[in-house]
Design a protein around this ligand. Structure first.
Ligand code: FAD
Length: 500
C-alpha cells in the first residue's frame, strides 16, 4: 500500500456530473482522479434533448427550486461556453382541448419572471396564420407563444469540462472501470480495470459516485453498500429525420397523452424529434429505441406537421436512460427531475458522496453542492469559481459567435466557410490550435468524407481522448450523420491504428 497513489477525491463516472465535480474540485485545490469505464459522455450525457432549459413542464409538478436554478444557469453556461451553447426560440402552439391558453401564458410569464435573463429575449405571442412558423404546420393553428431557452452540444459539454479539469491537474482515465472500491483504515482502495486488461490500484480520501444510471450498481456491487435501490430508470428516445422546415426556431408540442415533445433544427440538414418517457428495466448499456417509441414519435409529430412523418424518413435514432431519484411517483414523466445527494460515511471511515439524478443544465450547480458536502468532510480549500470561468475554447462574449467565425475565416481565408463555422461551433478559439499552420484543404491531410480531415481526427486523439470512430463521429462531432459506412470504417481503421 505504501506506493499506492492517494488522491483527495476519486470520481466514478465521466458523464456531465462526474466531470463537473472533478473540474470544480481540482480548481479549488483538491487532488482528483476520475475514471470513466467507456468513452466520456458515452452514457446518458450524449443522449439528451440537449437543452439548457428551465423545464417549462416541471412547473406543472411544482418543481420551483429546480426550475429557478435551471433558468438562472442558462445565461451563466452560455457565457461559459458560447461556442457549444447558443440561444434558441421555442414555439408553443395553443391547441384546443389541451392546456388552456391562460395556463400556458401564466407558465411562461413565471418562466420569464423567475429566470434571470439579461440577453435572452422574453416570451411573445405569435399568430401562426401569419408567421412563417405556421407554414409547415397543419391548418388551424393560430395563437402560439414563443419563448427562449438554450441549446448545448451535450457530449462536448462533458469533454470540455474534462479537458479543463485535466488542464488544472486532475487525472482523467477513460476506458477504465472501477471494479472495486473498499474502505481500509479510513481511506478508499479502488481497483481500476483498463480496456487492455491491466488492473491498477489507487487510494482516495473520498469517493464521488457519479455513475448516472449505474449509480446503484456501483453502490452495491462495487462499493458493497446494501442501500442500492435509489434510482428509477426512465428511458427517453429521439429520432432524427431530414429537415422538416427551413426556419431556425424549435417547436414545443403538447401530445394528447399530456406529455410534451420537441422538434428542433439539427446539424443543418435535419430535424430532431423527441423525447419519450418510459420506465426501463433492461441492460443500460444496450438501451435503444423500441418500435413502439418510433411509432409514438412519428404519430405525435404527424399530428402537427402538414407532411406526415414516417419510419422511412428516419436517418438516426438515439436513446438514453434518465437516472431519476425514485420519489415513488406513479408515472415516469412525473418522477422528480431534481437531483439528490447522499453522503455515506465520514472522514474517519472514508466518505462517499452519491449523486442521484441531475440535468445537463444544473450540472455546474450540482458540482457546487457536491463540493459543499466534500468540504464538510475534507475541509475547505478554494472558493466556488466556476460561475464566471470559461470552458476551453469559449473565450469570447456570448453574442460574438459570428464575429469569431469571421475572425477565424480571416486567418484561414482559403478554407471553406462551412468548415470554419463548424470548427468554431465545436472547438471555439481552440480551432486555431487544431488548424495550426494549415492554409488549404490539402494541408489538412487525409480526407475521410464530408468535411472531416486527418488534422481534426489527430487533434481529437491528442487532446480529447478519442480512441474509436464512434468517439469522433458521434460524440466529439456528429459527422456520423454525413459519412457513408465505408467512410466511417476508414475513420475506425485510422483512429484505432493511431490511438493504439
Ligand atoms: P451519465 O452521463 O450516464 O454518466 C455516468 C457515467 O458513469 C457513464 O459514462 C458510465 O459509463 C460511467 N460509469 C458507470 N459505472 C462505472 C464504473 N464502475 N467505473 C467507471 N465509470 C462508470 N438534461 C438537460 O439539462 N437538458 C435536456 O434537454 C435533457 N434531455 C434529456 C433527454 C433524455 C432522453 C435523457 C435520458 C436525459 C436528458 N437530460 C437532459 C438529463 C441529462 O442528460 C442527464 O441527467 C445527465 O446526462 C446525467 O449525467 P450523469 O453524469 O449523471 O450520467
Amino acid at each position: 500500500m505504501a506506493e499506492t497513489e492517494l488522491f483527495d477525491i476519486f470520481v466514478i463516472g465521466g458523464g456531465i456530473n462526474g466531470v463537473s465535480v472533478a473540474r470544480d474540485a481540482v480548481g479549488r485545490g483538491f487532488s482528483v482522479m476520475l475514471a470513466e469505464m467507456n468513452d466520456l459522455a458515452s452514457g446518458t450525457s450524449s443522449a439528451a434533448t440537449k437543452l439548457i432549459h428551465g423545464g417549462l413542464r416541471y412547473l406543472e409538478h411544482y418543481e420551483f427550486r429546480l426550475v429557478r436554478e435551471a433558468l438562472s444557469e442558462r445565461e451563466v453556461l452560455w457565457a461559459n461556453a458560447p461556442h457549444i451553447i447558443s440561444p434558441r426560440r421555442f414555439i408553443l402552439p395553443y391547441e384546443k382541448g389541451m392546456r388552456p391558453a391562460v395556463v400556458l401564458r401564466a407558465g411562461l410569464a413565471l418562466y420569464d419572471y423567475i429566470g434571470t435573463r439579461k440577453l435572452l429575449p422574453p416570451t411573445k405571442t405569435l399568430d401562426l396564420r401569419k408567421d412563417e412558423a405556421g407554414r409547415p404546420l397543419k391548418d388551424g393553428y393560430g395563437l402560439a407563444f414563443e419563448y427562449s431557452d438554450c441549446w448545448v452540444d451535450d457530449a462536448r459539454f462533458v469533454v470540455l469540462n474534462a479537458q479543463d479539469a485535466q488542464a488544472k491537474g486532475a487525472r482523467i482515465a477513460t476506458r477504465t472501470k472501477v471494479i472495486s472500491a473498499k474502505r481500509d483504515n479510513g481511506v478508499w482502495v479502488l481497483d481500476l480495470l483498463s480496456k487492455d486488461g491491466t488492473v491498477q490500484t489507487v487510494c482516495a480520501k473520498l469517493v464521488v459516485n457519479a455513475a448516472g444510471p449505474w449509480v446503484d450498481e456501483v453502490l452495491g456491487a462495487t462499493m458493497g453498500s446494501n442501500n442500492a435501490h435509489n434510482v428509477r430508470m426512465v428511458k427517453g428516445s429521439h429520432i432524427v429525420v431530414k429537415k422538416l422546415y427551413d426556419h431556425d426556431r424549435c417547436y414545443f408540442f403538447q401530445n394528447a397523452d399530456g406529455r410534451i415533445f420537441f422538434a428542433i433544427p439539427y446539424e443543418g440538414e435535419f430535424t430532431l424529434i423527441g423525447t419519450t418517457d418510459q420506465d426501463y428495466h433492461g441492460d443500460i448499456s444496450k438501451v435503444h429505441i423500441s418500435d413502439e417509441e418510433t411509432d409514438y414519435l412519428c404519430a405525435a409529430a404527424s399530428e402537427y406537421f402538414k407532411n406526415p412523418i414516417t419510419r422511412d424518413q428516419i436517418v438516426w435514432t438515439y436513446s438514453g436512460v434518465r437516472p431519476l431519484f425514485d420519489d415513488g411517483a406513479s408515472a415516469a414523466q412525473e418522477a422528480t427531475r431534481d437531483y439528490v445527494l447522499r453522503v455515506d460515511g465520514d472522514a474517519a471511515t472514508g466518505a462517499a458522496v452519491n449523486v442521484f439524478g441531475g440535468k445537463l443544465t444544473t450540472s455546474r450547480r450540482l458540482a457546487e453542492s457536491v463540493l459543499e458536502k466534500i468540504e464538510h468532510v475534507l475541509g475547505k480549500k478554494g472558493a466556488p469559481w466556476t460561475r464566471v470561468a470559461k470552458l476551453p475554447g469559449g473565450e469570447f462574449e456570448p453574442l460574438a459567435f459570428d464575429a469569431e467565425v469571421r475572425r477565424l475565416h480571416k486567418d484561414y481565408p482559403d478554407l471553406p466557410q462551412t468548415l470554419i463555422k463548424r470548427l468554431m461551433r465545436l472547438y471555439g478559439t481552440k480551432s486555431r490550435a487544431l488548424l495550426g499552420d494549415a492554409q488549404s484543404l490539402d494541408d489538412l491531410g487525409q480526407h475521410f468524407g464530408a468535411d472531416l480531415y486527418q488534422r481534426e481526427v489527430d487533434y481529437l486523439i491528442a487532446n480529447e481522448w478519442a480512441r474509436a470512430a464512434q468517439d469522433v463521429l458521434w460524440r466529439r462531432t456528429k459527422l456520423g450523420l454525413h459519412l457513408s459506412k465505408a467512410e466511417a470504417e476508414a475513420v475506425e481503421t485510422y483512429v484505432t491504428s493511431k490511438a493504439a
